[in-house]
Design a protein around this ligand. Structure first.
Ligand code: COA
Ligand code: ZN
Length: 311
């Protein structure tokens, strides 16, 4: 792998992380969390979701969150499950929206109450409107390796949906292991096929750490040429509609891996640890990635320098 390259981390804790917490945060607390993330130097943050507040109470008030954020401090995005969500995001002034289409029909039915075909039709509609409005669209292809209801997912279906979404105007495809069931070999195979077909600059990987494969899967995707990853502060998260899913790969684990492998992320580790502490206090949940304890110890020894741990 070529070193000294930069890798973009898209922080999804304020959406994927918070949507599944027992404690629902007020918009002002979500803004406080996002501001602490901005202080780490992170360049992209998914700040919320325009979804039904009945379906996901934790994301109610995303319009207030968006309005309170310092403009231009990072690339902000919001999740939108349907046309209604897109319109709300546009009215709130969002410049990037995240669509979600699962590569499994049952997952689409459970998550957004649409078949895959209907979800694709809605996506094309949103993509056309967004293009006219100058809004960028990232398209998540969820359950890209395994579905909690249907089991193994066909790579051909993932490639087909990704190709169609790009052709319809998506700026980026996020290959999402929604339940954290993929293993490194399968990640490498699909990521390599996608990089070959679509180009690395149009791809992101999104891993959950359910089986402790988050870092291994990231490494496999890096090897296949992926240079953009989602991660969640403290490993917070899980999908309320995907049984068994746990949190995303922790941002601190990802920054540590990338820094040690010589990739640049621009994320400052000590600021990131302050953010982990804050999200723990706000949610009352036990958070912290797999490396959190060790990183805290390194911090006490004064060994954190920017994105690196030095001796
Ligand atoms: N934002 C806010 N409210 C929305 C909405 C949106 N994007 N889309 C629909 N609604 C509201 C409707 O106004 C309606 O409200 P009412 O009951 O007060 O009349 C209610 O939700 C149901 O609307 P309907 O069009 O029948 O949607 P549905 O019942 O088929 O639900 C979703 C579909 C997508 C809105 C809902 O399942 C949802 O928000 N899911 C969240 C998905 C998610 O965040 N998953 C995790 C991340 S992948
Ligand atoms: Zn996720």
């Amino acid at each position: 792998m070529a070193r000294s390259e930069s890798v973009v981390i898209n922080e999804v804790g304020p959406r994927d992380g918070l949507q599944n917490q027992a404690r629902v945060l007020a918009p002002a607390q979500r803004v406080q969390l996002i501001e602490s993330l901005l202080a780490t130097g992170i360049s992209a943050v998914e700040v919320g979701a325009f979804v039904s507040p009945k379906a996901v109470p934790a994301m109610a008030g995303t319009d207030e969150v968006v309005a309170a954020l310092p403009p231009g401090a990072a690339d902000y995005s919001v999740l939108v499950p349907n046309l209604r969500g897109y319109e709300l995001a546009r009215e709130a002034g969002c410049t990037t929206v995240n669509l979600v289409v699962a590569a499994s029909n049952t997952m689409n039915e459970k998550n957004i109450r649409m078949s895959t075909a209907d979800a694709m039709a809605v996506s094309r509609d949103v993509l056309a409107r967004a293009s006219e409005a100058g809004i960028a669209v990232q398209a998540y292809v969820a359950t890209a390796w395994e579905c909690p209801f249907e089991g193994a997912v066909s790579a051909a279906e993932v490639m087909r949906l990704s190709g169609d979404l790009l052709e319809a105007g998506a700026a980026n495809i996020v290959l999402a292991d929604t339940i954290g069931a993929a293993s490194p070999g399968a990640v490498e195979t699909l990521a390599a096929e996608a990089v070959d077909a679509f180009g690395s600059e149009r791809l992101t990987c999104h891993f959950h750490d359910t089986r402790a494969f988050g870092v291994a899967n990231t490494y496999a995707a890096l090897g296949a040429g992926i240079r953009r990853f989602d991660a969640s502060i403290g490993g917070l998260g899980g999908c309320p509609f995907a049984p068994g899913a746990s949190g995303n790969i922790a941002t601190e684990d990802l920054v540590l891996l990338l820094g040690q492998e010589g990739f640049s992320t621009g994320v400052e580790l000590s600021a990131l640890l302050r953010s982990v502490q804050l999200v723990g206090e706000l949610t009352g949940a036990c958070v912290g990635g797999r490396a959190w304890r060790w990183l805290t110890l390194q911090q006490e020894k004064g060994r954190l320098r920017g994105e690196q741990v030095v001796r």
